[in-house]
Design a binder for this molecule. Sequence first.
Ligand code: TPP
Ligand code: MG
Length: 588
Amino acid sequence: MSQSVSDFLVERLAAWGVSRIFGYPGDGINGVIGALNRAEGKIAFVQSRHEEAAAFMACGHAKFTGEPGVCLATSGPGAVHLLTGLYDAKADHQPVVAIVGQKQRAVVGGDFQQEVDLESAFKDVASAYVETINAPEQARHVIDRAFRIAAAERAPTCIIVPADVQELSIRQPKHVHGTVHSGLGYERPIVVPAASQLQRAAAVLNAGKAVAILIGAGAQDAAKEVLRAADVLGAGIAKALLGKHVVSDAYPFVTGAIGFLGTRPSYEMMRDCDTLLMIGSGFPYAEFLPEEGRARGVQIDIEGRMLSLRYPMEVTLHGDSAATLEALLPLLMPKTDRAWREKIEKNVAEWWDTLEKRALQDGDPVNPQRVFWELSSRLPDKAMLACDTGTSAHWYSRDLKLRDGMVAAHSGGLASMGSAIPYAIAAKFAHPERPAIAFVGDGAMQMSGLAELITVGKYWREWSDPRFVVFVLNNRDLGMVTWEQRVLQGDPKFPASQDLPNFSYASYARMLGFDAQVIDGNGDVGAALDAALASRQPVVVDIHADPSIPPLPPNVTAQQARDYLMALAKRDPDALKVIKASVKQMFA
Ligand SMILES: Cc1ncc(C[n+]2csc(CCOP(=O)(O)OP(=O)(O)O)c2C)c(N)n1
Ligand SMILES: [Mg+2]
């Protein structure tokens, strides 16, 4: 029997190095499902509860491994369910290939059941490459291009395969006019800017007396070089959320997070610096960067489109972070005046004290900061972390101290809820011998996290290290929205929109056969963390978090404080509690 397009697709994916597909089946993609079955485990199929989670897993795979992640869905509803996860990949510049089914060619254009104009629907998210395989001869180059473009352009791409084409016999293009003959493989170049560009960058950095470094995920293979540059330049290092794991928080000159989720030392370093060196980051908030014209800027990024975007840079170095820094370092003159660096270190030391004071204040029932604070010293080596979108991202980015050897992933550019558990699942499949930890709000748990815990239940026994720890920040509130309303809008909380129904995450975990810990008092934190991390099966830590503790931005302005207190005094249902907690936290 001749090979079908689907069998060829599976063979070609394996030739591209794909060992795992995250997906969900349906009749629009059954030809490919059959081929995966016939391939007898050559490519593993990981079944999510929802296609969105499969796309987040594929993106998480890319974030944790650097290799393209692959997700698969059926035509129509399955395909459109992928979109959020694919937008996550687009926003965070990750290589992901989506394989989706389509109705048979004979009915397309006929408003058939489950017919969606998929090329139009995917045109934006997969703007790098989206194509339908309409003829067997097309299969090879569409697959090859989807993978090569995803890897080379760090973007999601999409292969659409009509159901009837999946079953056709594969045909390779003839050696005649009007055919395409593609091949396998992509090798990432090491890109280093020209010597003259490096010299101009060095001149700017050497002239600075107060240099600030900002790193993002793009610096993740350049930790050593970033640290050496910080040393030579007498600079501090601030970290955008996606760069949190790049350098350890143990260094006294690492100012930590930046932005609304950020720290005061980062805020002050950016406010007061005379030179900004930005490496592999698209951190978006201008108000946390130097005021335009105040500092001279040098930026290193592998993506030309991201250069001089957030701050008008004087020199842009289009290249790899590690290789570019390596070439730049010999041109930098060590700063002999260390006053700026000493000031940064003093600010950092004071800031950790402030955080400790804030964390050790009692909450009602639990101060969430305390959990993150106490977790720092308990984090297992080589932990793989994923933090969802919500107030947990505040405490995670500010309070948690990461060490060398840890990795982390977030939905940065899209900032979507529902990403952390799929990311952690993808991390476990990629590195089953390492512990995974996810931080998730109760809103995100109810949105999709509860469902994907069932996926954990299905697979965890395959992982050599069973540790899969989910910290649920159970505050019965869509807290981040509530705080944005209070602080940024000057509006009170709108309970109809933000109150969440109560749910026992611990009982649910036990129902799935997991361990569970409930933290219901400030004194319970340490023991519960120890027990959770010692568990030999997945564990859910249900933290009864106090929703009235404010996730204070590092630069609360007088105007914001006024709007905020006004709003509370007006109609906020939790006014008294929140004012009390805020005053306490601000005093710390
Ligand atoms: C898919 C999606 N929908 C809505 C939002 C807007 N949003 C950001 S944070 C948040 C609240 C999250 O609530 P929860 O998970 O309970 O975390 P908390 O902030 O309470 O800690 C919402 C609704 C979003 N980022 N993503
Ligand atoms: Mg919540």
